[in-house]
Design a protein around this ligand. Structure first.
Ligand code: ATP
Length: 400
């Protein structure tokens, strides 16, 4: 099958890149996402090319033709090159095969000299199609795995058994494409999810996080996280569906890069709480997890002051997750914590007569709780409150 030239013309850079390839005697193909999206009639800004020939010359010559400096050309050791041009990235890879030395390990990559071999290393049939952009076969669709048919039928199909054992993160990718396009999983894909779950423990947290980041920006992320739970892709953990849905509502209006509160919903539900901290987590991520675990020890009907006692310094992500899981006062706390900032600072309290030392912190916390409960709103209220506390006791006692 040939792709109609008008479809290819929508990709304004294709004529430039293909004429450079022709001059250099390099075989050139458009592959993966852009081919899939073009066949679905969707716009995409991605340019993913595979070349067979000199990758360096290709990238530098395209940059030169577009008037882009050499600084905007980058190479990786995985046989790829990238040219930055007007805010988009034009990606080139040499055709390659990948071998997985052990389950879930990063692949060993070596160049190959046929596009068919290169397509064989990919995740799903709908992503394993290429369009020939070389002079001789310009516009020819290369589809050896039945990707076009699966695209028409709306099916996410792995290329071979054991695909998710080689790379368990493909489980996340399967869910993402299924939900993004409203497709179903083929039986082969469904049976691969066991592999994804069983081998995910070997995948680094950073790689899993990357999948969660990519998913949380998607429009249908709720359905995605529900399936991550259904297939227990996040290190075997599950999250309650109502909490996933609620969290999405709580996040409404915020930027869509929030993956951590979703992750926390899974942690909250994890049977083995000793396993939830992982290598490569940032301090903030660990902090969010530990404060959530502490907060989960609170009774369901905890007062704002009790919640504040545990979550006073916790990242907002923890508050979001707890609110989604428990509602009630936890949700109220999410909304009110920004109010719990005192106008008076330590020095001011000393001037008002609060003794130095522990008493300062205690008084600040008391003011915060008064603010949370709406009993104090202004600096004047705070001063009044401190004076009344001092006249009652020598030292403030806890009071909610
Ligand atoms: P998206 O629209 O989500 O960006 P994409 O198809 O462009 O989708 P990329 O992650 O940019 O996805 O990957 C580009 C191509 O590389 C994919 O279409 C697929 O063919 C291949 N690919 C990416 N990740 C994997 C993987 N983990 N296993 C096998 N093939 C992969």
């Amino acid at each position: 099958m040939k792709i109609p030239p008008e479809d290819l013309r929508k990709y304004k850079l294709i004529p430039v890149v293909s004429s450079v390839a022709a001059e250099l005697g390099i075989r050139l193909y458009l592959v993966g996402g852009p081919v899939r999206d073009m066949l679905l009639g969707k716009e995409t800004l991605d340019y993913d090319f595979v070349v067979i020939g000199d990758l360096r010359s290709m990238a530098f010559s395209v940059a030169e033709r577009l008037g882009v400096g050499r600084n905007d050309v980058t190479f990786s050791k995985f046989l790829t090159a990238s040219v930055r041009y007007r805010g988009i990235s034009i990606d080139f890879a040499h055709a390659r095969v990948e071998e997985y030395p052990s389950p879930a390990a990063l692949p060993v990559v070596r160049p190959c000299y046929s596009i068919e071999e290169d397509l064989g290393r990919r995740d799903f049939t709908i992503n394993a199609m290429a369009v020939d952009l070389s002079k001789e076969g310009f516009g020819t669709l290369i589809d050896i795995f039945g990707g076009l048919e699966d695209l028409k039928d709306g099916v996410i199909r792995v290329l071979h058994a054991g695909s998710f054992r080689d790379d368990p993160t493909r489980g996340f990718r399967a869910v993402r494409y299924a939900k993004r396009f409203g497709f179903r999983y083929s039986d082969e894909t469904l049976s691969e999810f066991d592999n994804a779950r069983n081998y995910m423990g070997l995948v680094s947290f950073v790689r899993v996080k990357n999948e969660l980041v990519r998913s949380s920006v998607e429009e249908r992320r709720v359905e995605m996280f529900i399936d991550f739970s259904r297939f227990r892709l996040i290190y075997g953990m599950q999250a309650p569906e109502h909490a996933i849905r609620r969290l999405d509502v709580l996040l409404d209006g915020r930027d869509r890069s929030h993956w951590l509160p979703f992750y926390l919903l899974f942690v909250a539900n994890s049977a083995d709480k000793t396993e939830v901290l992982r290598d490569q987590m940032t301090r903030k991520e660990k902090n969010a997890i530990m404060s959530l675990l502490l907060a989960l020890e609170l009774p369901m009907n905890a007062e704002l002051s009790e919640i504040h006692g545990v979550l006073r310094n916790a990242p907002e992500e923890t508050l979001l997750a707890l609110a989604a899981l428990r509602g009630g006062n936890c949700e109220l706390y999410l909304r009110r914590r920004p109010l719990a900032v005192t106008a008076l600072k330590g020095d001011d309290l000393i001037k008002l007569g609060v003794p130095r030392g522990q008493a300062i912190q205690r008084m600040l916390k008391l003011i915060e709780v008064e603010r949370l409960n709406g009993r104090i709103k202004t600096l004047q209220d705070e001063i009044q409150f401190v004076k009344s506390q001092l006249s009652r006791n020598d030292e403030p006692t806890s009071n909610s």
